[in-house]
Design a protein. Sequence first.
Length: 276
Amino acid sequence: MAKGSYEAYRKALGDVYRGWWLAWPLTERVEVGEVRKLHRRGSVPAGSLADRGIEAKRGPVGAPGDITYNAGGTVAVRFKAAGVAAQGFSSVAAAEAGALVEFRDEHSALIVYTGLEQSGLADLAGLADCLVRRLWRGDWDPDLLVVSDVVGARAGTVLIADKGGASAELRLEGTVGPGPLQLVDLAGRAAFSASSRLGLNWTGTDLTPCYRVLRVRGTWLRRVREEYGTPQPGRGLAAGPVPTLLLDEARDDAGAVVENVEQSDHLERLESGERL
């Protein structure tokens, strides 16, 4: 898929979920409690907390919502109801409901997600405690990422213009409500009947638009190594009990042990050549 389309999508969704990581390709499913590794400009799966014997309790799911993103008003959408002929439509039959999407600028984005729900880990202190114990034994890689929060969507449709003047005709499938058609009606129900100059045209259901990750805080790990040395499996400090002070710190202030890693920070450091 064209790099320009990805960058346009990343910028667009980043305006809404700043600092979150984007699932890419768009069909990728990400779960709370998943373990991931940095890879190029994103991250890839590396198992789960459950695989490693760590319980990942999930908190309550937030109320559902919708996202409709039009890049600065550079995208125009016209709808037609079923049974009505409309000017500009050439491939959507008069008997069908449809939408005509026209893009003014290169890499303009139209993003529609519906049925959004956010869920996350319920016990960060418990996770921090587990990670401290495993780091002390030498069986946790501090570079690993843990998915702490996820935004799931019931359905979505994403269109990115490759060039200015791009357009798409969409046929709306399924039952449409009694009121006038709206942007949210495009999510997961749009079938592309014609398009021109599009870099990306995609629709799907049961999605994970974005997620947040955390890992062991680098400053905390350096302090532990300076004060206690580097634990090694099977000998030295790893054979002894974890200092109570470290466990108390994890339970009382999980944020001192683990930190969120933002995709934007990762990309900035990657481009500068700095190790994240």
